[in-house]
Design a binder for this molecule. Structure first.
Ligand code: GLV
Ligand code: MN
Ligand code: MN
Ligand code: MN
Length: 413
């Protein structure tokens, strides 16, 4: 089957989508349920309708666009990704898996393909943790990992809960109906940029993911004693920022200590109070993002970081509150889906290589409800979560072709 993937069209659409941003180009900032996110969703919804797909949205704003199969009673083959972007991100993370899936559907239809099973394109709400602190909000809820009660307990920095924010954004369907029953989907395949350097370094255009690393997040609040920066003497201070600084270095040391490149840990947010030039910080808030391909080693890393926080806190006389926000197991891709993606790459005449995803994706949670697979395309310089994130139109189109061929095979099962 010849597949007329239109590289120029999807590039144009990615460019248009990148225009929905709260920071000036080339940065993309698109946080869930903001007016900018809603405008981006409206743009994508219109494209999906134009392509003749039938749309459904759940109470969180997860969007399902369906291409009916010859056997509508069979479980659907699903694909998709996310539209939200962290502050000062790029234009390809998530969006390639949404617009790429649409282009895959269009190419398959133009080639005369008739799916036996229905095909569904899923746009997941808030894959990024920016607003509510937890990544993969939509897919977690679809997998039943976040219940309506837990969603109601999640609040943003202004105290707005997830259900309140979803309703204000126009998503009013009951949250009780979000979770999918096991077997709802036949399989799920996500197209995504690699966000790392392996494919570019190997000169290979297609990555076939075998597993997704296990992520965890900690929120730390350190409370010491503030005061006048001139009048309070150095001895006996209980400076919360200095404790946080030691914790951040301990996080780095803990990750390096495993001596395995698959262990990573990052302090991405550090806020101090009262944040004045001439006041000793009395409170510090920091986040720790800790990941490993091995769950046991990730858990040991988290335990060591917790112990280090206690040690620093006691020595510096600050109180430490530690909240484990999430600690998720890794996910394995289904061997049959890995093989299907590899066959699809070969059919497209493209070399492929297997790799592990160190970034997490909605696929991590879809793995709880169906068999999953992922297809990666190269990221220039291995760069992501930065405005200069880049994959060429040709690389995107190649990923779309492999996705389309994988979906065609699965939808014919
Ligand atoms: C996804 O953005 C991740 O943080 O892995
Ligand atoms: Mn991301
Ligand atoms: Mn992503
Ligand atoms: Mn992400």
């Amino acid at each position: 089957m010849e597949l007329p993937v239109d590289a120029a069209r999807i590039s144009r659409e990615l460019d248009t989508l990148a225009g929905f941003t709260d920071d000036p180009a080339p940065a993309v900032t698109r946080v869930v349920y903001t007016p900018t996110d809603l405008k981006a969703r409206a743009y994508v919804r219109a494209l999906l309708r134009e392509a003749g797909l039938t749309l459904r949205e759940d109470g969180l704003g997860n969007l399902f666009a369906r291409w009916e199969g010859a056997r509508p009673e069979l479980s659907a083959v699903a694909t998709g990704s996310h539209l939200d972007a962290i502050p000062h991100a790029g234009r390809f993370d998530g969006t390639v898996g949404v617009l790429g899936a649409l282009e895959a559907f269009r190419a398959l239809r133009a080639a005369g393909f008739v799916p036996l099973r229905p095909l569904e394109l899923v746009v997941f709400t808030s894959e990024e943790p920016t607003r509510f602190g937890v990544g993969c909000l939509g897919s977690r809820a679809l997998a039943g990992v976040l219940t309506p009660e837990q969603l109601a307990a999640l609040r943003d920095a202004d105290g707005v809960s997830v259900p309140e924010a979803a309703r204000a954004a126009g998503f009013t369907a009951p949250l009780e109906a979000v979770a999918l029953r096991a077997g709802h989907f036949h399989a799920f395949v996500e197209l995504h940029i690699e966000q790392g350097p392996q494919l570019e370094a190997a000169g290979v255009p297609i990555g076939v993911v075998t597993a997704i690393a296990a992520p965890a997040t900690l929120h730390l609040t350190l409370t010491g004693s503030g005061g006048h920066a001139g009048a309070v003497l150095m001895r006996g201070r209980r400076d919360a920022l200095l404790a946080a600084a030691e914790v951040a270095l301990a996080v780095e040391a803990a990750a390096l200590a495993t001596e395995d490149p698959d262990t990573v840990a990052t302090v991405g947010i550090l806020d101090v109070h009262p944040r004045a030039v001439n006041a000793i910080p009395n409170r510090a808030f920091l986040t720790v993002d800790a990941r490993d391909t091995h769950e046991g080693r990730r858990d040991a890393l988290v335990a060591r970081i917790r112990a280090d926080v206690q040690e620093v806190a006691e020595r510096r006389g600050v109180a430490a509150e530690v909240v484990l926000v999430n600690a998720d197991p890794p996910a394995a891709c289904d061997p049959a889906l890995v093989a299907a993606a590899e066959r699809a790459a070969a059919a497209a005449g493209l070399p492929s290589q297997r790799l592990v995803s160190r970034a997490y994706h909605d696929t991590l949670f879809m793995a709880r409800v169906c068999r999953v697979g992922m297809v990666f395309i190269p990221s220039q310089g291995g760069v992501s979560h930065r405005p200069d994130e880049y994959s060429s139109p040709q690389e995107v189109a190649q990923g779309v072709e492999v996705l389309a061929r994988t979906l065609a095979a699965l939808a014919s099962e």
